[in-house]
Design a protein around this ligand. Structure first.
Ligand code: PHE
Length: 330
């Protein structure tokens, strides 16, 4: 039985347990055998004593040898653990990078900052007044429908555009100023080109004698800096409740090799901005004198510009956080 148990020993701990089990001073098996010897009849004592002693010596000898091998093995293991192979290749950590929307936003911010603009921000959870009313969007306007807007309560919404920040800026600053206002906006929309959350950058310039020419010149400069000197812009009459006159702004289809490409769908132009002269009603709503100041505003979608710049066809790619997509922009 002892030999069987000894053969199974693999660790120093198990070895120690076996040693105590057989040679333990108080309750070891050898000790109990010697105790037994005292109780047997005299005539059996010499023979039995001899046998027990043989067993004791055998156990001690075997344990000594086994103990030495196991200690040696243990030492070899420790040495192996200590060994450090400096020729092994290192582990490369995952390298992070900027999100394509961040890159695009920063690029647009840089362009406007280089033209003397400040950057401002405002709340994403907004009162009905700032998001709609002050901007001349009446209760009957379809954009206010619960099908289009996320309502927090009757008077509080997730802002549907960054135009709310126009109102905050005008209520806290005195003209003249030039600001851009980047941020998240929310609409009940979801398909390959619309996401329920997306990013806009609003622009607002207010001062004396700001004209439509200033608006056009500014956007022309901006688009050339963004898409290259060959980019042309085209203004189409449009309507926004908070600008008058209003325009939709197209850029010539330079980003994918001219007319007839997949992105431009053959027309040669791409709509990328909404803009216009600030409506006098808005100035009145924030306490400015519309006889003294004029201004222009514009709004653009960051996702749309990033999709054009990088040739991305599905807006959801921006929000899946798939590393295979994201690492292409490092
Ligand atoms: N707020 C408009 C939109 O979200 C864009 C816009 C901004 C238009 C400023 C004109 C002036 O569609």
């Amino acid at each position: 039985q002892f030999e069987e148990e000894l053969n199974k020993i693999e660790s120093l701990k198990a070895f120690e347990e076996l040693r105590v089990k057989y040679l333990g001073r108080k309750a070891g098996i050898v000790k109990s055998l010697l105790d037994l010897l005292r109780t047997v009849d005299r005539e059996f004592k010499p023979k039995l004593g001899q046998e027990i002693n043989k067993f004791k010596v055998f156990v001690e000898q075997s344990l000594k040898e086994a103990g030495e091998t196991i200690k040696k093995k243990q030492q070899e293991l420790e040495e192996k653990k200590k060994f450090f192979d400096i020729t092994l290749p290192g582990f490369k950590g995952l390298e992070g990078g900027k999100h394509p929307l961040t890159i695009t936003r920063e690029l647009i911010e840089e362009i406007f900052v280089s033209m003397g603009y400040d950057i401002a921000s405002g709340p994403e959870v907004e009162s009905d007044w700032y998001n709609f009313e002050a901007l001349g969007i009446p209760k009957t306007h379809p954009a206010r429908d619960t099908q289009d807007t996320f309502y927090i309560s009757e008077d509080v919404v997730l802002r549907t555009h960054t135009s709310n920040v126009q109102i905050h800026v005008m209520k806290t600053r005195k003209p003249p100023f030039k600001v851009i206002m980047p941020g998240r906006v929310y609409r009940k929309d979801a398909d390959i080109t619309h996401s329920p959350m997306f990013h806009q950058i609003e622009g607002l310039v207010v001062g004396e004698n700001i004209t439509f020419q200033d608006l056009k010149g500014t956007l022309d400069t901006f688009l050339k800096k963004l898409f290259g000197e060959k980019a042309r812009l085209r203004l189409r009459p449009s309507f926004f409740p908070f600008t008058e006159p209003s325009a939709e702004v197209d850029v010539s289809c330079i980003m994918c090799g001219g007319e007839g490409c997949r992105v431009c769908k053959g027309s040669g132009w791409l709509e990328i901005l909404g803009a216009g002269m600030v409506d006098p009603v808005v100035f009145e709503n924030v306490g400015y004198d519309p006889e003294k100041v004029t201004g222009f505003a514009f709004g653009l979608g960051v996702e749309r510009i990033a999709m054009l710049k990088y040739g991305i066809s599905d807006i959801r790619l921006f929000f899946d956080n798939d590393i295979r997509f994201l690492k292409q922009f490092r």
